[in-house]
Design a protein around this ligand. Sequence first.
Ligand SMILES: NC(=O)c1ccc[n+]([C@@H]2O[C@H](COP(=O)([O-])OP(=O)(O)OC[C@H]3O[C@@H](n4cnc5c(N)ncnc54)[C@H](O)[C@@H]3O)[C@@H](O)[C@H]2O)c1
Length: 300
Amino acid sequence: MLQFGGKVAVITGGASGFGREFARLGASLGMKLVLADVQADALDATVNELKAAGAEVIGKRTDISRSDEVQALADAAVAAFGEVNLLFNNAGVASGGLIWESSEKDWDWVLGVNLRGVIHGVRIFAPLMLAAADKNRDYLGHIVNTASIGGLVTAPMLGTYTVSKHAVVALTESLYHDLSLVSDRVKCSVLCPSFVATGINRSQRNRPAELGVEGTLHRSQLAAQAILDMGTGAGTVSAEQVAQLTFDGIREQRFYICPHPDALSAVRRRFDDIIALRNPHDPFDENQEMRAKVVATLQG
Ligand SMILES: NC(=O)c1ccc[n+]([C@@H]2O[C@H](COP(=O)([O-])OP(=O)(O)OC[C@H]3O[C@@H](n4cnc5c(N)ncnc54)[C@H](O)[C@@H]3O)[C@@H](O)[C@H]2O)c1
């Protein structure tokens, strides 16, 4: 079992939301931390907070959609602490709108961060972790990829995000099978929360200018923003609780970490539909208020 104290964690998206709570919890357990985030001021603030609390922590500004920057992150982690035991591929962004109204830049941005960022993390860190396990019989490693309940079900108006998160679930299940062929000391989990109040509904704050919104937003994109605002605003589980449940899942070597068990009924319903060859259920059938708001926004 992986003991957290003294071990090294790399956390992407470590400056806000889930990532910052992973860092706070890791620090309280005596972990050494490498925080990566594209937002430099928020990263500095989190690193300073944790240092003031006595943690051993470094920050590395990183755009995870760029493989050279993820490689530089891995190099910085090894230079600072020698090895990496826990990797949280966690940074992500959300945007939406009717799927045909998402621009090529919308797709590039969302898939670049949510999918390619995780691909880079696994491609660059997994070999380091496996090599550490080969070198040291006591080494244990664990990779947690943050997907979403949106990686297990589908919903209207959030197509780019949903596609990216389904891919992260598939990638992480593939990683699980592949790791089990070569090691019993490097494990992985996929984190699939539902809505939680974090900065995710303000993801546009870190959108690079070269992938910026062109022209004015479609009505469907405004409706998607309203869904994100309403959903995260109504979240009943906190980011701190998600972090605790995630660490519990790592300790127990659970693959699926789902902090909102109530949301799993929608997963069952999706698979029941597939197996029965039924058309997909309306995800709004239990939330007519949200459906009415979305339709009203779409119709102007
Ligand atoms: N909050 C929710 O409701 C929810 C639900 C399910 C899944 N998630 C997932 O949780 C993860 C963490 O998001 P959060 O909710 O804490 O949101 P958040 O916005 O509070 O934190 C995300 C962090 O990622 C960083 N980031 C954005 N683009 C980046 C890039 N290119 N490179 C490096 N860092 C980048 C941001 O600066 C931010 O600090 C995301 O993958 C998100 O999709 C969130």
